[in-house]
Design a protein around this ligand. Structure first.
Ligand code: F0G
Length: 458
């Protein structure tokens, strides 16, 4: 069988509704041509993100009923702490309300002076924002193969190791606040990073005495790809591969809304740096909450403790990756340009290739995303020059190396039939790609502008 069937059956259902094309024309206009401003009730199939949008299991819902909502020292905290320590092997754990909550606590601790840099394979946008808010600068350092969407490479999320070392020498190791391994590499197309590459990054960080962080929102999906694609890993469990990965780094930050299989949650785990742990414990109080809840309710922590374990299950992971492959294969067979091999949480359509007549600062991928909504009420998301934003120093519009539309598949939420509808709609839009038009700003928000800006068709 080419694509594995759902390793679960459906016990509770949530109806979804269709709109007419006439309604969607009006709805999109009222949303300022920004899909983030659409009400979800007007979206038929929502592929905006895989973040906090998945379904929880009966075990997760069950444990939520017996959660401990104590302000300090809740039993649900200790349970979650046990699970995080068991998976990571790290000594210290602090919960946060989501990934960016963890970022806002930890990243400023690593910025000890002016003029510092962080280097990542590719920073996720909130990570970049927190690096910049802390007064440092974010540099991406992914392999060139990543930008050649047709090239078959098993680990397109990898660091460019030569450039990494050059950057360290150029900026001075004392000016590097940290190296951040984003696994999987979201912005590169949910592309995995190989264990060998991470090990080499570890060796470089060790050589220069630089703190190594894992931004591991999708670490289990990354481990799945290592097991499938990397020599020497096929007999290891996802937990074993994950543990080997965590062994490399000093700090683990996680948006638990992805591979934690919860709707809300974040993780800060620190290997052994007691001083850093103490600092984070101090800072977490005013920003997120007391260190034994960090912005989460007891029931959130129960759901997360269970979800983290479920995400390590091979049957779950295989089905998840198969769903994404199903949609990706369908598009590729129809000639739609997509990032290939297909990544871990989404299919990324190359809209720069699809609509080369639209300039980068008129956002080709936003154009395709909006057209897909008009076509079938499906909501994707732009991952391109709109999201990249402006240079913090020159204020120039940055040009993204690829203009992606991300069709992000929530975990355990949709079926293959839904994805077939998505595939057909994308193919329809692809057929009329030459008629697509770009967008200009009506209002441009000063930061993380893709969320709240409004546009008009050009
Ligand atoms: N790091 C990565 C790699 C992410 O993908 C995200 C979120 C974060 C950090 C921030 O976590 O949202 O919990 O605060 N990614 C979502 C997405 C929003 O749609 O890709 P958060």
């Amino acid at each position: 069988k080419k694509y594995t069937a759902e390793p679960y059956r459906i016990k509770m259902v949530e109806p979804i509704f269709e709109t007419t094309k006439e309604e969607r024309i009006e709805l999109l206009k009222n949303a300022g041509y920004n899909p983030f401003s659409l009400a979800s009730k007007n979206v038929y199939i929502d592929l905006l993100t895989d973040s906090g949008t998945g379904s929880m299991s009966q075990e997760q819902w069950g444990h939520m009923m017996t959660a401990d909502e104590a302000y300090a020292g809740s039993k649900s905290f200790y349970k979650l702490e046990g699970v995080v320590k068991n998976i990571t092997g790290y000594k210290y754990f602090i919960p946060a309300h989501q990934g960016r909550g963890a970022e806002q606590i930890v990243l400023p601790q690593l910025v000890t002076k002016k003029g510092m840099y962080f280097i990542s394979n590719i920073h996720f946008d909130t990570t970049r924002a927190h690096v910049e808010l802390a007064g440092a600068r974010a540099i991406d350092c992914v392999i060139d193969e990543c930008f050649n969407i047709e090239l078959d490479h098993p680990f397109k999320g990898n660091f460019d190791l030569v450039r990494l070392e050059e950057l360290i020498l150029e900026k001075g190791s004392e000016n590097i606040g940290g190296i951040i391994m984003t696994i999987t590499n979201n912005s590169a197309g949910g592309q995995p990073v190989s264990f060998a590459n991470m090990k080499a990054v570890k060796e470089i960080s060790h050589k220069y005495g630089i703190t190594l962080l894992i931004d591991g929102a999708r670490y289990a999906e990354n481990a799945f790809f290592i097991k499938e694609r990397e020599e020497g890993f096929k007999d290891l469990s996802i937990l074993e591969i994950s543990r080997k990965t965590f062994d490399l780094a000093d700090i683990f930050l996680m948006s638990a809304k992805k591979d934690g299989l919860v709707n809300m949650g974040g993780i800060i785990a620190i290997k052994d740096d007691e001083l850093l742990y103490k600092k984070c414990q101090t800072y977490i109080v005013p920003y997120e909450g007391f260190p034994t809840y960090g912005g989460l309710s007891g029931r959130d922590m129960e759901a997360l403790a269970q979800g983290l374990m479920e995400a390590l299950d091979m049957r779950y992971l295989r089905h998840r990756v198969d769903q994404i492959r199903f949609l990706g294969d369908m598009l590729k067979e129809a000639g739609v340009p997509i990032q290939y091999p297909i990544g871990g949480h989404a299919v990324f359509v190359d809209c720069g290739k699809m609509a080369p007549h639209i300039a980068y600062d008129q956002f080709p991928a936003l154009s395709v995303v909006n057209e897909l909504y008009l076509e079938a009420g499906i909501r994707g998301v732009e991952i391109g020059s709109l999201l990249l934003g402006r240079d913090p120093d020159t204020h120039k519009n940055l040009k993204s190396p690829i203009e992606f539309m991300r069709l992000t598949i929530p975990r355990r939420l949709y079926t293959y039939s839904h994805l077939e509808i998505v595939g057909q709609a994308v193919i329809e839009v692809y057929k009329r790609r030459n008629e697509l038009k770009g967008y200009v700003f009506e209002y441009e928000s000063p930061m993380l502008r893709h969320f709240t800006s409004t546009f008009k068709p050009n």
